[in-house]
Design a protein around this ligand. Structure first.
Ligand SMILES: Cc1cc2nc3c(=O)[nH]c(=O)nc-3n(C[C@H](O)[C@H](O)[C@H](O)COP(=O)(O)OP(=O)(O)OC[C@H]3O[C@@H](n4cnc5c(N)ncnc54)[C@H](O)[C@@H]3O)c2cc1C
Length: 365
């Protein structure tokens, strides 16, 4: 028996923050929308990230969207009626060379034009006796930065979409998308029709776009995290060094991560390796020596999806076909604003100016 396909105006592929925020914004303006997720919500990089949210970036177009996202984050728990476990942790950037300092000076100067708060501070001002700063040349404090619990955000958006009448289907992989006067999406459990499709499937986007004949220069990079035993809260800021990023979770675990640009991987490869665990642990102990006495209890891997200019590709790639792909760091923190701007762009049929510098067409020139 042939199953009839449910019809929606919009189909969003991918239940990470990019897909969830776009689907939520569409439902919020009364559009009929279905979100299709291969596994569970947040099972991609979103649930494997650290939840850091900052506005200080090196790229001006990034800063503009990050500032918009930050103002949305501040109201998001209330809007979604869900506790996103947001805390004003702040970021500390530890710099080790003069070149890093100079680059950061430029970034801060540019970001300040958008109201971003960040400044160089004397390491002696820091109340962080647990940090070994002996080789650090300079420290930058970014006090307005937040840390959220990624899964709370995922569940908050899911609740929001459902409350607004949108459909969220999990354990349903999109295996094919046909273009026939609209789109027909075949999944592992059925089929859906949609007038407009948004692909936000993280590393899974590569295969889907290939099937649609869309060529985008996307490459997968593995990012691995280690997690320690729980310690009483001692590490307030999220710390970024050129080697690793470190944060203490709400459960007290210390999380540290690094990405290996040069180790080949595939969209299916989510294996955590001993090599990376030792690498991260070495730098973690150098930074916080007392952690030498603490065990790593688990580790995981996630993906960065990379483009040649290291910026995401957001926009249309064909008639009524939109993407938010190619996210490295920042895919989480930029989620609320990008979802809103992308949803509005898809409804208007034209990419909003705030997203223009992320347009996938830049790779066609
Ligand atoms: C260790 C680590 C730490 C990080 N820390 C931070 C941080 O502090 N701050 C920050 O902003 N960013 C951080 N990031 C980056 C951030 O997690 C990502 O940029 C962001 O989550 C990307 O979101 P996404 O929705 O594009 O992709 P994903 O979260 O990967 O979501 C894509 C979803 O699509 C689904 N999917 C794939 N193929 C299909 C298909 N065919 N059909 C249906 N569904 C499909 C997947 O199952 C997945 O759930 C970190 C990443 C890692 C790995």
């Amino acid at each position: 028996m042939k199953m009839s396909a449910e019809s929606f105006e919009y189909a969003v592929v991918g239940g990470g923050i990019q897909g969830l925020s776009a689907a939520y914004e569409l439902a919020k303006i009364g559009r009929s929308v279905v979100l299709l997720e291969e596994r569970y919500l947040g099972s991609g990089s979103t649930g494997r990230g650290f939840g850091g949210i900052r506005t200080l970036h090196g790229d001006e177009s990034y800063v503009r969207v990050a500032v918009k996202s930050m103002s949305m984050w501040r109201k998001l728990s209330q809007e979604l009626r869900y506790n996103l476990m947001l805390r004003k942790a702040g970021y500390l950037f530890l710099l080790y060379t003069r070149e890093e300092e100079e680059r950061m000076e430029e970034n801060i100067k540019m970001a300040r034009r958008y109201g971003v708060k960040a400044r160089f501070i004397d390491p002696s001002e820091l109340n962080t006796p647990y940090l070994d700063l002996s080789e650090v040349a300079a420290v930058v404090e970014h006090p307005e930065a937040l840390v959220a619990l990624p899964f709370s955000v995922v569940w908050g958006y899911w609740r929001g979409i459902s409350r607004l009448g949108g459909a969220v289907k999990t354990w349903e992989k999109v295996v094919d998308i046909e273009v026939d006067g609209g789109f027909k999406l075949k999944t592992t459990r059925g089929a859906y029709r949609a007038d407009v499709v948004i692909i936000a499937a993280g590393s899974g986007s590569i295969e889907l776009l290939k099937k649609l004949g869309v060529e985008l220069p996307l490459a997968v990079v593995k990012k691995e995290a280690v997690v320690t035993e729980s310690l009483k809260p001692f590490l307030k800021p999220l710390i970024v060094t050129p080697k690793i990023a470190v944060v203490q979770s709400a459960r007290g675990e210390v999380l540290a991560d690094y990405y290996a640009e040069d180790i080949p991987t595939t969209p299916e490869d989510l294996s955590a390796t001993h090599y990376m665990a030792s690498f991260v642990a070495k730098y973690l102990i150098k930074l916080i020596p007392k952690l030498a006495l603490v065990n790593v209890i688990r580790q995981w891997a996630g993906h960065y999806v990379s483009t040649p200019d290291l910026k995401p590709a957001i926009g249309d790639v064909g008639e009524n076909l939109w993407v938010s792909v190619g996210w490295r760091s920042g895919g989480f923190m930029m989620g609320p604003a990008v979802g809103k701007l992308l949803a509005e762009s898809a409804v208007r049929g034209k990419l909003l100016s705030e997203l223009e510098s992320f347009s996938p067409y830049r790779f066609k020139r």
